[in-house]
Design a protein. Structure first.
Lengths: 300, 305
């Protein structure tokens, strides 16, 4: 910032568009930037795993089991985090694990987001019996012990990526429904909804073209929260043996596989757990940041 | 008050009924139970005998009514594997989980409540940042991994605490610490948010204007109002902890409801799984009902609504 008065040009006089405002807020938002960076790295790892990973995550090398990590005695750059009990390269398995984590987390958040937001918007907009039914469904969902239901469903339907994603999305739709329902009730009383109703717009149009854009930023925040929780639960299910099935490298499986050797190879446990932790923090920071920069009040 | 109570009770009964139907139906999705029970080498006639013996040949609604009718009297059927009455199995495992969940909740409240209050009172200070940082970390750390790290540090390296079993109170320390991190961030955030809102409210400004001392303003005027949602959250959290203890129980080898559920799920012991799901939901509904009533007693606005 210089002390000299800046020359006025048209940009300073014109009202900045919402995008410009969000962008200028984003440039000062450290939490958002940190979160975005973490999620970006995870995305790159997930998408480009075959090219980034130094070794095949499934290739066993029984002559070279539990090789030390690079900072330990006898470690080498060939196996940065060493090898596991089957001689597989742990760093490569960690990178490939990002794929499983991101697919399950993102998939579960999107599916539960669609289901929950639809229910919430219908209840909030239509009110009356529909609303009562939605509230009742939410109450039933809340009363069920989620993790146990997920464990039983996985034991019935198996631990494929698709079934885990769908089962987890059954667990998380309620918060979307609660938040979108309240938000819809608030938006519904605004003039532009009345205008749309008067001009004969269909219910579908009003719900998806008028209401949805106004509550989208709240849905994104819940989405980031639920994606983080989905990642944690997927890891827990896989850790308990009723999630993604070995030898697929899920971060939860990496922890459970390292459990037997944790007393003399603690880094094998620390690495995947820390990866989960950092990714979830990153996703939450990103979600909170997006809320901060897109908040309608924040624009005034 | 009575109208509110009756309405609330009616909904609770309907929720319990729906949950029982779902948990009953869920376990029937798992394929042909008679086939599973008979084992792989069984002949068609043997499978049919088992089907008749367990009443699995009847239509599903009849089976449900039969099960529900007996469940109301406390008869939850028998385990398919040990043949013990399910009610006894659950009753035998409940104390460990109850102690674990209650202790974790208490621990979480003892840490989160003061922290939330201080964070709100000294907003944007280092204590506020530390509290928020802890909440961010607490809601991102996988509990099974945190449990293993605690075992490694306090059980193996420092040798301060036992790491598995439930013979003494010391055995519960690490499991409780692990489990409490699952609810601590929420309680902290809710207390902080509620306190901030209350401190900005007119009645608190009024209290300041009257020249009351800060202790009275913070604890008598602000905290009391901030606590209302925390009571509801505490009830919900307790229900969540009872069902969510499966991970912690498995890591610390505690014989509670969670590990019973886990074992039963793994061997497809459906009467036990179904009953645990039902009992936990029932407890949850009871707890939320109780917290609603408590809040209605504290806050007249709710019962007039």
């Amino acid at each position: 910032m210089s002390n000299a008065p800046a020359p006025l040009d048209n940009m300073d006089l014109a009202m900045p568009t919402p995008w410009q405002q969000s962008w200028s807020l984003a440039k000062r938002h450290i939490g958002l930037q940190t979160g975005a960076l973490i999620v970006l790295v995870a995305l790159i790892w997930a998408v480009f795993a075959p090219w980034i990973a130094p070794a095949d995550p499934y290739a066993q090398d029984l002559a070279n089991r539990l090789a030390p990590a690079v900072w330990q005695d006898g470690g080498s750059w060939a196996h940065v985090l060493g090898t596991d009990g089957f001689g597989r390269d742990v760093f490569s398995r960690l990178i490939w694990g990002t794929q499983v984590t991101m697919i399950v987390g993102f998939g579960a958040a999107v599916i539960s987001g669609i289901v929950g937001s639809t229910l919430g918007m219908l209840g909030g907009y239509l009110g009356g019996r529909v609303d009562a039914a939605v509230i009742f469904l939410i109450n039933v969902k809340l009363a069920m012990p989620g993790v146990l239901i997920a464990l039983s469903l996985v034991s019935i339907f198996g631990g494929s990526l698709l079934s885990i994603t769908i089962i987890l999305s059954l667990l998380f739709w309620d918060r979307f429904a609660v938040v979108t329902r309240t938000a819809t009730q608030q938006v519904r009383t605004r003039e532009f909804i009345a205008a749309a109703e008067c001009s004969g717009a269909s219910r579908g149009w009003i719900l998806f073209r008028e209401i949805l854009p106004n509550i989208a930023n709240q849905i994104i925040v819940i989405g980031s929260l639920e994606m983080g929780i989905a990642i944690l639960i997927e890891a827990a299910l896989s850790f308990l043996g009723l999630g993604i099935q070995p030898p697929t490298p899920s971060w939860g499986i990496l922890v459970s596989e390292a459990r037997d050797t944790m007393f003399f190879k603690p880094h094998l446990i620390v690495a995947p757990g820390l990866a989960i932790c950092i990714l979830v923090v990153g996703i939450n920071l990103l979600g909170d940041g997006i809320r901060d920069i897109t908040e309608p009040q924040g624009r005034n | 008050m009575w109208r509110y109570f009756v309405k609330r009770l009616g909904i609770a009964v309907l929720v319990v009924f729906t949950v029982s139907v779902i948990s009953f139906g869920l376990l029937r999705l798992s394929g042909d139970l008679a086939q599973n029970l008979a084992g792989e080498g069984a002949t068609q006639a043997q499978v049919q005998d088992i089907r008749v013996l367990y009443g699995l040949d009847r239509p599903l609604p009849v089976q449900y009514v039969d099960w529900a009718g007996r469940a109301i009297t406390g008869d939850l059927g028998r385990s398919l594997f040990t043949n013990d009455p399910v009610f006894h199995l659950i009753a035998a495992r409940m104390p460990v989980t109850a102690v674990l969940a209650l202790g974790s909740l208490l621990l979480a409240i003892c840490v989160a409540l003061p922290l939330g209050v201080f964070a709100a009172v000294y907003r944007n200070s280092w204590i506020d940042r530390a509290a928020l940082g802890m909440a961010v970390f607490g809601s991102a750390v996988p509990s099974f991994w945190f449990a293993l790290i605690l075992i490694y540090v306090f059980g193996v390296q420092l040798r301060w605490l036992p790491i598995s079993g439930s013979t003494t109170w010391w055995h519960f320390v690490l499991p409780m610490v692990t489990l409490s991190t699952m609810v601590m961030p929420q309680i902290m955030r809710l207390t902080r948010g509620g306190m901030i809102e209350a401190l900005d409210a007119d009645y608190v400004k009024m209290a300041w204007a009257k020249g009351l001392n800060p202790g009275v303003v913070f604890f008598k005027h602000a905290l009391r109002n901030a606590l209302l949602p925390v009571v509801a959250l505490a009830a919900v959290s307790l229900g969540f902890l009872l069902g969510g203890s499966v991970i912690v129980e498995s890591v610390f080898s505690l014989n509670g409801i969670g590990s019973l559920a886990y074992e039963s799920i793994k061997r497809a012991d459906f009467p036990v799984v179904q009953s645990i799901l039902f009992v936990l939901s029932f407890i949850y509904v009871l707890l939320t009902l109780l917290s609603d009533l408590i809040n209605a007693r504290i806050d007249p606005r709710i019962r007039l609504h």
